[in-house]
Design a protein. Structure first.
Length: 449
């Protein structure tokens, strides 16, 4: 309730004078009561151009900061949380949200985009995959200067109007045609409504110790005819992960539109960190071409042979203590690899029926039977039958068929994987499974980093 904009001069372009930043004092409150300012500055080496800096600064009820960016330009800004006086150190994770990604009716005229390097954030949540194209794991940094990291892009896919801009980050809602003068006065605009503000927002979780992040905002156009630029909204925690009540009527899509299932609290009037885990559902992210790749692999896999089926030495066959599916995976250069499953050193495997193990169905999956009330850690690898090889591209594996007994007290299937092993994850639904990323420590508890 006490947020004050003390500076509004991003990149020295005004509308005020003073420090070349947007500073919202009293914006973020830590659990110990420390109150921090949110500060937006142009990153060193980046150039900021705007059509109308009078739009910049506090917006709506004051829970978001707005940055106007000129058509056919981009700018990288650093968003930080800072003490007005003195220093502080984050001892917990924190959250920020980017809002209101949209386009002109003709996307050749204006499209809003953003880019963030993947090593800056711990997790990401989106509520819809049709209003925005969110792609994670793209090669290199956003500015192309680092090749040892990947980045995430957010590209607007849906038409927006001034009336659908979020006034309150904790009250993202659905805007009906009747709520928008631009729609009421121009009935043809009704095709673009309703607009669900949650479906045009992205929330990031930042790790303990991080105090700032860089994000690049771009307004792309090939037919650049407008002179007002586009506005980007920055805020903290939001109600993005809460279910709408009642749920809005959405246009039909080929797949159900999954949305995060466990809502983080939305404290007000001061802004506090959201909960410890963020649930991300459904977006294709870096999986846009995975089905084409998988189809090519499947077409090449007519000659899969199970040459070993003796996981942990429990049978049903004898020989090497593994499950080996020869000819399982074909690389683009024609190299054919085996999929091998072994019990990890230090883990113990128990099974009620190892006759179930091995190739299943049409031979594209391997099955492992695990005894009730036990767990086992297995290592899944792709190996050349003879000689060595080196991966030169990304690859994909899927875990299937997670379910329970009718009475979950009797049997529930669970899995755990350390986050530093994979580059991205895709799930199609958040009601049939509870998928939680970013939990502390390794699965076995031996690593705290």
């Amino acid at each position: 309730a006490n947020i004050v904009m003390s500076e509004n001069n991003l990149g020295g372009l005004g509308p005020d004078s003073g420090a070349e930043e947007i500073r919202l004092e009293g914006y973020y409150r830590l659990p110990d009561g420390t109150v921090l300012d949110m500060v937006v500055r142009v990153k060193d080496g980046s150039t900021y151009q705007s059509e109308d800096t009078s739009q910049n600064g506090l917006y709506g009820d004051g829970m978001t900061a707005l940055v106007n960016v000129k058509d056919d330009t981009s700018v990288t800004v650093t968003v930080s949380l800072e003490a007005s006086v003195g220093d502080f150190e984050f001892e917990s994770q924190w959250y920020m949200t980017l809002y209101d990604f949209d386009t002109q009716k003709d996307p050749a005229k204006q499209v809003e985009e953003a880019c963030i390097d993947d090593d800056q954030y711990a997790d990401i949540a989106v509520a819809d995959c049709d209003s925005m194209l969110v792609t994670r794991g793209l090669p290199n940094s956003c500015d192309g200067t680092r090749t040892d990291i990947t980045h995430t892009t957010i590209v607007a896919q849906a038409v927006g109007f001034g009336c659908d801009n979020p006034l309150d980050s904790h009250d993202l809602t659905t805007i009906q045609c009747a709520d928008c003068e631009q729609c009421v006065d121009t009935p043809s605009n009704a095709q673009y409504f309703p607009v669900n503000q949650k479906e045009r927002a992205v929330m990031f979780r930042f790790p303990e110790g991080a105090e700032s992040f860089d994000v690049t905002f771009s307004v792309t156009c090939t037919d650049c005819v407008f002179t007002g630029g586009r506005a980007f909204h920055i805020g903290t925690t939001s109600n993005l992960c809460e279910e709408d009540t009642p749920a809005p009527t959405l246009a039909p899509v080929p797949q159900p539109t999954p949305r995060p299932s466990i809502p983080p609290p939305t404290p007000r009037p001061s802004v506090s960190p959201a909960p410890t885990t963020l649930h991300t559902c459904g977006c294709p992210t870096a999986f846009d071409n995975v089905m084409a790749e998988a189809t090519a692999i499947e077409d090449a896999n007519a000659n899969i042979v199970m040459s070993a089926n003796n996981l942990g030495g429990l049978g049903p066959d004898s020989g090497a203590e593994e499950i080996r599916l020869e000819g399982y995976y074909r690389l683009p250069d024609g190299t054919v690899l085996d999929m091998v499953v072994r019990v990890k050193d230090g883990s113990t495997y128990q099974s009620e029926d190892t006759s179930q193990n091995g190739l299943y169905g049409d031979g594209m999956t391997a099955l492992v039977n695990v005894k009730d009330d036990t767990s086992v850690t297995v290592t899944v690898s792709l190996e050349a039958s003879v000689g060595d090889f080196e991966f030169e591209s990304q690859w994909y594996m899927t875990l299937y068929d997670f379910d329970t007994q009718k009475d979950p007290a009797k049997q529930v299937e669970e899995a755990c994987i350390d986050d530093d092993q994979y580059a991205d994850i895709a799930v199609a639904d958040c009601d049939s499974m509870l998928v939680t990323r970013g939990l502390p420590n390794s699965c076995d508890g031996t690593r705290t980093d």
